[in-house]
Design a binder for this molecule. Sequence first.
Ligand code: PMT
Length: 408
Amino acid sequence: MLKGKRILLVIAGSIAAYKTLDLIRRLREQGVAISAILTKGGAEFVTALSVGSLTGEKVYSELFSLTDEAEMGHIRLSRQAELVVVAPASADLMARMAAGMADDLATATLLATDKPVLIAPAMNVMMWRNAATAANLALLKSRGILTVGPNSGEMADGESGPGRMAEPAEILAAVESFFTASGVLKGRRALVTSGPTHEAIDPVRYIANHSSGKQGHAIAAALRRLGAETTLVTGPSMEPDPPGVSVVRITSASEMLAACEAALPAEIAVCAAAVADWRVADPPTAKIKKAAGAPPPRLELVENPDILATLATPGKRRPALVVGFAAETGDVVRLATDKRRRKGCDWIVANDVSPGTGTFGGDRNRVHLISESGAEAWPLLGKAEVARRLAERIAQHFSPVSKHEAAQ
Ligand code: PMT
C-alpha cells in the first residue's frame, strides 16, 4: 500500500537514531523511496554511509553545499516528498522548528515544506517534561504537525518515563495510516473526547472513574483513517496517541471544555469521554490532613460544565453532526433516548456499563446507535470495530451519494 510513495526523512541528534535505520529498512521493504537529511547531531549517532546504504540514495546534510544545491536544493527536497518524517525529533530540533529557524538544511527544509510533517519525538524524560518542550510541542501541533509517540519506559541514560522514540513498527503504522486515509472525510474536521476526567479534592487526591480511553481513542483513529483532520481531547489515559491525530491532554472537565472550544470549528464532534458530573467546589491548595478523632472531611460538590450539551447548543459554531455516548445501567435504550433529547445531540451511542459487562476499561462493547429515527442494535464487537462502524456511518452521513440514495 506504500509502494511508490516518497518520504523525506530527517534524522536529528538522539541515541534513538539507531532505530531509524530499522525504520528505513521497513519503509524500503514496503517500496517507499526515501530522501534523507542527516543533521549534525544525527551524524553523531549514525553515519551518512549507513543511512545512504539503506535508502540507496544520497544523504543530504549541508545547507550551503554547491554540489548538493546543484543536485537537490532544500526547496526541491522539501517539495518532492509526499510526507516529511522527522525521526528522531530531538528537543532541540522541535524547539528550532517551533521558532521557525532555518540555519541548517533540516530546519530550512522543514520551514520551506508545503507537505505534511510527522515527528517522532525522542529525548530524556526531564527534557520531555520540561515546560519549554511542552509549549513547543503544543505550538507544533496547533500548526498541524502530526506526532507519533513518544513511549514510556527505560531510557538509554538509565532514567525511566516518557521520551523513548516510538518503535519503528509504530512509526511505520503512522506512515501507513497517513497514506491509507481513504479520504471520504478528507477536508472535514473532527473533534473527539475520550477517557476520564480527574477532579481535584486537594493537591494529592481526586475524583475519577474507570474509563480507559480505549473507545474514544479508537474513534479518533477511525475518523483519521477516513481522512478527517482529527483532534482528540483526552483525560488521563494510558492509551497511545492515535497516529496522525492531534492530541490534547487535559485533566479536569473544565480543561476539557476549554480544549474542545479551542478545537472548533469542526463539522463532527464525538463525545466518548466519561466526564465527571461534579467537582469539588473549592479544593484546598494544601493536602487535607487526617487528624486523630476528627470526622472525615465533607466535600461540597458543584456541577461540571456539560461539554456535549455545550457543543450541541444551536449556533454558528455547532458542529454539523454531534454524537454523544450514554453510559447506562438498566433500561439502556430508553435512558439513552431521553439523554439524546436532553443534551441536544444528533446521535447517541448507548452502552451498558453494568457490573460484569466490562465496558469500562475492557476491549469490547455492545452498543445501540440512537438517532431521531430510532435505535439500532449492534452486536458485541471489539472497541476498534465499534469505532470503525461509527466512523463509516459518520462518513455516510456526510456523503452526498448516500444522502441521494436515502432520498430515493
Ligand atoms: O474509555 P473506555 O474504558 O473505553 O470506556 C468507554 C466508555 C464506557 C467510557 C464510553 O463508551 C462511554 O460510554 N462514554 C460516555 C461515558 C459517560 O460519561 O456517559 P454519560 O451517560 O454520563 O454522559 C453522556 C454524554 O455526555 C457522554 O457523551 C459524555 O461524554 C457527555 N458528558 C457528560 C458529562 C459532562 N459533564 N460533559 C459531557 O460532555
